[in-house]
Design a protein around this ligand. Structure first.
Ligand SMILES: [Zn+2]
Length: 263
């Protein structure tokens, strides 16, 4: 009998989605630092005693070993360990909702670009979430979305008209028009109301600029209404530009958080 040895790789990975297969196994989709998007089968991982069990929890960063057989859609998860401090178990419910939301977006959209950069962005997002006070507003999540768009070359143009490139001032008295199809703000001269977009009040415009300029590291909280409006604009923009994107179902958890806080 010949033993076929399969090449094995070690890598850090973010667990994106997990679903059961067979009696006790699971399939997991992963974003790995070394080889990008990978699907693995974790044999017996639903057994309570399996040491693979802790490696297939969505929203967890793990250090794993897996086979890399070319031409195979499904690789084998061999073993590994959860990265210290990188578990969603230590996060509050609202932070968990944002983490699972980004995991959902990445799994569904499989954004193009350098996968290692995408993985590093996920890890950074997790660190930011862990370092924030227990209850967060959505800014950290929006910063992640903007960084994600940036990596795709799709960051919205905010300081210039996305049509004629004239400068857009951060004026506290002006309502700006954000055009999804043009890729950002359009000036009054280029305004075409037939285009899909949304008017931004000065605080929302200013907030978006701040979020984009400051990157993923978090800043001070903003008013709830501004936060909400910012979220709507980003959501519509992603719908327009990122194939397969839709509002992450994980955000439904926030409604539960909110109800609990208010009752
Ligand atoms: Zn213009």
């Amino acid at each position: 009998m010949t033993t076929i040895s399969r090449p094995v790789i070690s890598s850090e990975a973010m667990v994106l989605r997990v679903w059961p297969t067979g009696e006790t196994s699971v399939i997991a989709s992963l974003l790995t630092e070394e080889t990008g998007f990978v699907k693995v089968i974790a044999k017996g991982a639903r057994n309570s005693k399996s040491n693979l069990r802790s490696l297939v929890q969505p929203g967890t960063i793990v250090d794993i070993e897996y086979t890399v057989v070319e031409g195979r859609d499904l690789q084998y998860l061999r073993g590994g360990s959860a990265s210290p401090g990188a578990s969603k178990a230590s996060l509050t419910l609202d932070k968990t909702a944002y983490l699972l939301a980004i995991v959902e977006i990445i799994d569904r959209c499989k954004p193009t670009g350098k996968d290692a950069d995408l993985f590093h962005l996920c890890r950074r997002f997790m660190e930011v979430l862990s370092s924030l006070p227990s209850s967060v507003n959505a800014s950290a999540y929006y910063r992640f979305l903007l960084e994600l768009l940036n990596m795709q070359g799709l960051a919205p143009t905010l300081n210039r008209c996305s049509n004629c490139r004239s400068e857009i001032l951060n004026d506290r008295a002006v309502v700006h028009f954000f055009s999804y199809s043009s890729g950002g703000i359009v000036c009054a001269d280029c305004l075409d109301t037939g285009k899909a977009g949304r008017e931004l009040t000065p605080p929302v415009y200013s907030n978006l600029r701040k979020l984009l300029e400051q990157g993923i590291d978090t800043g001070p909280p903003v008013a709830r209404q501004v936060d909400r409006e910012t979220g709507i604009v980003l959501h519509r923009f992603l719908e327009y530009h990122l194939p397969d994107y839709r509002l992450p179902t994980a955000l439904d958890m926030l409604k539960v958080c909110k109800t609990n806080k208010e009752s």
